[in-house]
Design a protein around this ligand. Structure first.
Ligand SMILES: [Zn+2]
Length: 344
């Protein structure tokens, strides 16, 4: 009986591959937000800055979580110095050497922009995104609607009182997705917060947890091309260009999270790409391994590369780092790191 619970959109932008349906000139007269930069914080760990730089500057270091290569500090500085203004085609050509470091969503966006730039040689990055705005918005809203419908279909498992609460929450969430201005920030996290409040007022904790799990599937600009295109259609050329690389930046991940009294020193820090680090948040490693079993071999790959840098005297001051990490991982998640290749 889920059919009777389906929600319809209030504002709907039809999907069409017909180019005539893509607006050529979208005027953002209501844009009033303050432009914030996508900032990647390297400053969260209070460790020696030079040592941290050297660790993150290892060339082709695999992320301890996804195992994909990260861009090192010096390469990133070169990337950042590029001029992102002007027609997109030459800009994208300059970014070509960095494509191997891009994560899958960004690589898809890069290729999509490259094709678009060939057809539209005078357009800059921002214009290319804006021209495709409604096409991607339609696709994004269909994905969001499907998830919200799935949540609505869970209603029958709740008590009448909780059903009412869920209805109120769904109404608020529909408003956030379909009625609020598209450029409003933090929509996804606000939606999740709305549903988290249900946990306080409903008795069916397990069912609400299932709903919250489902909501984690809401597209983000890091894992969904349509969400990327919508979010960054509102940003400048430099921000769009730099965003193609930011998930591939090396960050220091606290094995024991800082907010759970994890120490701010290298014995508690693994180099992880920004995408994986922000995705993990402060989920304990033991739990994180269950949803990311690939990490078991990728931590080893990461450490093998670090050890080869130490052995080759290209990374100084880190002689004790492999043993310290081995001890930490053994303590927090019974992980047995192999550091036998380290020359003493
Ligand atoms: Zn990663």
């Amino acid at each position: 009986m889920t059919g009777s619970l389906k929600i319809t959109t209030f504002v709907y932008h039809p999907i069409s591959k017909n180019k005539n349906c893509i607006q050529e000139n979208i005027v953002y007269s209501t844009l009033s937000y303050k432009l914030q930069k996508d900032t990647i914080s390297f400053g969260s760990a209070r460790v020696d800055k030079e040592d941290a730089f050297n660790l993150r500057n290892i060339q082709n270091l695999p992320c301890a979580c996804c195992g994909k290569k990260m861009i090192n500090e010096k390469e990133y500085a070169k990337f950042k110095s590029k001029d992102f203004q002007g027609p997109a085609a030459p800009v994208l050509k300059k970014l070509k050497p960095y494509v191997p470091y891009m994560r899958s969503t960004e690589k898809t966006v890069y290729n999509l922009l490259k094709r678009a730039a060939n057809k539209d040689p005078n357009a800059d990055l921002n214009t290319l995104l804006k021209k495709r705005y409604y096409y991607h918005l339609g696709r994004l809203e269909i994905k969001q609607l499907k998830i919200i419908n799935d949540v609505a279909s869970m209603k029958l498992e709740l008590s009448p009182k909780s059903q009412k609460e869920l209805d109120n929450t769904l109404a608020k969430v529909r408003e956030i997705i379909f009625v609020e201005p598209k450029e409003t920030r933090q929509k996804r996290s606000r939606i999740i917060k709305e549903f988290e409040t249900l946990k306080k007022v409903c008795e069916e904790k397990q069912e609400i947890d299932t709903i919250l799990k489902k909501l984690q599937q809401l597209p983000t600009s890091k894992d969904d091309v349509d969400a990327f295109m919508i979010k960054y259609a509102q940003r400048g050329n430099r921000e769009i260009g730099q965003r193609l690389m930011s998930p591939s930046l090396p960050t220091l991940d606290h094995i024991i999270p800082a907010n759970k009294s994890g120490h701010d020193n290298f014995s508690n820090l693994l180099v992880m790409c920004e995408k994986c680090n922000s995705h993990r948040g402060s989920i304990p490693y033991k739990e994180w391994f269950e949803s990311h079993p690939e990490m078991l071999k990728n931590i080893q790959k990461n450490m093998n590369k670090v050890i080869s840098e130490i052995n080759g005297k290209r990374l100084l001051n880190f002689d004790n780092y492999p043993q310290e990490i081995k001890n930490t991982l053994s303590n927090v998640c019974d992980y047995n790191l192999d550091i036998s290749t380290l020359r003493r």
